[in-house]
Design a protein around this ligand. Structure first.
Ligand SMILES: Nc1ncnc2c1ncn2[C@@H]1O[C@H](COP(=O)(O)OP(=O)(O)O)[C@@H](O)[C@H]1O
Ligand SMILES: [Mg+2]
Length: 383
């Protein structure tokens, strides 16, 4: 059976997860995929992780945060583009707000909840804890995909930069383990019994964890820490239940992962590694996007160089020679990128492999996203 096109992959998905290294174009690709899904007439939300807020600008929104915002149809029209038929909304993960929401909606005990939210270490913890971003992205995904009002047809999920495909999948449980491990339970025990923590810390039998951190922090801070951790008690089962529900969503038949990479040698090594790690876990790799491929310098049917350029070239043989050498270099690179994409497609059955050209400018507005979308969904050039 022929491999699906990216358009087909998108049409069949309820959840699309873009993964890849930092800076390869995950956030831009997520937005372009979301615009395409909305153009397919589907109610679409794109959840991005882009503290640089480039995406808000690109989508023509003054700002986006944890609250979903609709990308107004007028923004497309103002950019001279056809507005998508489906409703398109965007959210950007704000870690602190996401923690607040989760604590607020799920904490079982109102008094402890307030103490937790006011704890001196709470804010620092919510952003500094490793895996916090990935965990909260999953909480948001859970929230978006299980809501019954204003149901979505498709959710496009951008992910934090990752060195390995499994980072995004494993970070949440690593974070939960760190919050809920033996050392923290040890720390909580005396606090819960209100025996004062200091005596325990300096006990001959104290654990290594406590002895180590008490060297760097005062006991007052440890009291705060104990209170912080005790504030989470009663929430762990919910954390773990929702993380498990999200794992089920990610493994579902209507979820597709899109691996974004560059067509360079190291990019291809990454793309293959991401693809293989995801497949080992029985996750569906719907597409590999090789972004920023060198475009062929001369496309069939392209207009000839402007006359002025031709005149300059005719009168300056040295310029012409340099241009020719540059064009040949480009052509070779373009061929290498196209061949890499073809080879990857051959060895990756059931997956849409797409080479997206390097655009002349960064993707910073709807027009840029439109060019990226065309690169993603344009039919392959005739050979
Ligand atoms: N095909 C492309 N051509 C030109 N610039 C691109 C292309 N794709 C992405 N960019 C630019 O590259 C930078 C990184 O893209 P981004 O989507 O933020 O990557 P990531 O989310 O993976 O870190 C941005 O400045 C973006 O505008
Ligand atoms: Mg990004």
């Amino acid at each position: 059976m022929a491999d699906p096109t990216l358009s087909e992959v998108l049409a069949q998905a309820r959840c699309v997860v873009c993964v890849g290294q930092g800076g390869v174009g995950k956030t831009s690709t997520s937005a372009a995929l979301a615009i395409e899904a909305a153009r397919q007439g589907r109610r679409t939300a794109v959840l991005t992780i882009d503290p640089a807020r480039r995406l808000a600008n690109a989508l023509g929104l003054p700002e986006i945060g944890n609250i979903e915002r609709e990308v107004p149809k007028a923004a497309f029209e103002a950019a001279g583009l056809e507005a998508p038929e489906g409703k398109l909304t965007a959210l950007m993960l704000d870690i602190k707000q996401a923690w607040d929401e989760v604590v607020d909606s799920y904490h079982p005990d109102p008094e402890r909840k307030q103490r937790l939210l006011q704890n001196r270490l709470y804010e620092a913890m919510s952003s500094a804890l490793a895996g916090s971003q990935e965990y909260m992205a999953m909480e948001k995904l859970y929230q978006l995909s299980t809501r019954t009002e204003d149901r979505l047809d498709v959710i496009i999920l951008d992910t934090p930069p990752a060195n390995h495909a499994v980072d995004f999948l494993e970070a949440p449980s690593r974070m939960l383990d760190a919050l809920d491990n033996d050392a923290t339970r040890w720390l909580l025990e005396p606090y819960e019994r209100r025996r004062g923590i200091a005596s325990r810390i300096f006990d001959a039998g104290s654990g290594l964890f406590i002895r180590t951190i008490s060297r760097f922090t005062g006991t007052e801070l440890l009291e705060d820490l104990a209170e912080l951790l005790s504030g989470f008690q009663g929430m762990f089962q919910g954390f773990r239940d929702r993380a498990a529900a999200v794992r089920t969503i990610l493994a579902a038949a209507d979820t597709s992962f899109v691996v974004v990479s560059t067509p360079s040698e190291s990019g291809l090594v990454d793309a293959r590694a991401f693809r293989d790690r995801l497949r080992e876990r029985q996750l569906r790799v719907g597409s590999v996007v090789l972004n920023r491929a060198t475009p062929a310098p001369f496309l069939a049917g392209e207009a000839p160089a402007p006359e002025a350029l031709a005149r300059a070239l005719a009168s300056t043989p040295e310029l012409a020679a340099r241009l020719e050498a540059l064009a040949m270099e480009r052509a070779e690179e373009a061929l290498a990128h196209r061949e890499a994409a073809e080879e990857l497609a051959l060895e990756t059955e059931g997956c849409a492999v797409v080479a997206v050209p390097q655009l002349p400018r960064d993707v910073h507005d709807l027009e840029g996203l439109e060019r990226l979308r065309q690169g993603l969904f344009a039919p392959p050039p005739q050979r």
